[in-house]
Design a binder for this molecule. Structure first.
Ligand code: AHR
Length: 325
């Protein structure tokens, strides 16, 4: 009997082996050197995860992942290292827009295509990158400004705004800031009380917002805090609530960008008024670009994911449970 069981087990193991997908041979893997900004926000963590999920050996890739810890010089060194390693593609999430011409020229000279992901690089020669996959940050900001216009249409008196921006010089900061400044310039009764640097992190925002609020005189009203990402919104809410402000619809209206699960939960609970989505799950779109190039096609120069706006009315516990990030 034992012998039959042993044979049965052996057959089951063999059957299992037959159905398992084996990774392609080492030499067939497409090697990707990826320069990520860091891990400053929930969005960034989800973005890295998306890349790591798509670019696996089972899917035919070898991913060399570099975390630049928020420093452009680390990103530049990583690109140079990938050029020396003769990777097949470089995927770069540029921390800020300027300062890329030389190193991207080096990549071009070595015949390695560069795909920009999330943010842009402001280079004179567009042929220095093969494609860009990421959000339209200016459009995101304009949608937030349109929501403010609607929300404050009937308000008597000025609309008093605090703006907390992300990493200076990054595409996300430039687009969202430009949209707000355009809207302030177009509305005589919108007042920009302060522009603070939150660097896309909760800790820095909590610090600068606490300092700013401490310097305000008693009873000064704030109508809106325009936060350039969710982690900025979390830091701002923490600082505001500690000083006795009520955040959310009818109180200090908090506007945020990203719409990660944590921010949507705050929105459903009534602390955030508007969450503008910025999709971090860019891995599949980047893979489409690479596969198009592998097939000898020229990919579209810019690809933007579809994104939406959320207020509490658009949310439910079920939606939060399904949210992938
Ligand atoms: O570039 C995208 C922005 O960078 C996201 O809004 C933010 O959370 C991230 O750190």
């Amino acid at each position: 009997m034992r012998r039959y069981i042993a044979i049965l087990l052996a057959l089951l193991v063999l059957a299992g082996c037959g159905t398992k997908t084996e990774p392609p041979p080492e030499t067939d893997l497409i090697v990707i050197g990826m320069c990520q900004v860091g891990a400053e926000s929930d969005w960034r963590v989800a973005n890295s995860e998306s890349m790591k999920t798509v670019f696996t050996e089972e899917n035919g890739y070898r991913l060399l992942f570099d975390d630049a810890r928020q420093k452009q010089e680390n990103q530049i060194s990583a690109v140079r290292k990938f050029i020396q390693q003769q990777v097949d593609y470089i995927v770069l999430m540029p921390i800020s827009e300027t300062g890329w011409d030389s190193v991207l020229q080096e990549a071009k000279g070595a015949g390695i295509p560069v795909i920009l992901v999330d943010r842009m690089a402001d280079v004179e020669d567009e042929s220095l990158y093969a494609a860009h996959v990421g959000s339209n940050f200016l459009e995101e900001g304009r949608r937030a400004a349109a929501w403010m216009e609607e929300t404050f249409r009937e308000k008597a008196g000025p609309v008093r705004i605090i703006h907390i921006h992300g990493t200076l010089g990054s595409t996300a900061q430039l687009g969202r800031t430009t949209a707000l400044e355009e809207a302030v310039a177009a509305h005589e009764d919108w007042e920009l009380l302060a522009q603070l640097d939150g660097d896309f992190t909760q800790a820095k925002t909590y610090e600068v917002m606490t300092d700013h609020l401490s310097a305000l005189s008693e009873g000064e009203t704030i109508d809106v805090v325009y936060c350039e990402n969710d982690n900025i919104a979390f830091g701002a809410i923490q600082a505001l609530e500690e000083r006795g402000y009520t955040c959310g619809p009818g109180g200090v209206e908090i506007i945020t960008f990203d719409a990660t699960r944590g921010a949507l939960a705050e929105c459903l609970e009534g602390r955030i008024s508007l969450a503008v989505e910025c999709d971090p799950l860019l891995g599949p779109l980047v893979e489409e670009v690479i596969q198009a190039m592998e097939a000898g096609q020229v990919p579209a120069k810019h690809q933007y994911p579809e994104e939406q706006l959320f207020t509490a009315a658009d949310l439910s516990e079920a939606l939060l449970a399904e949210r992938a990030y």
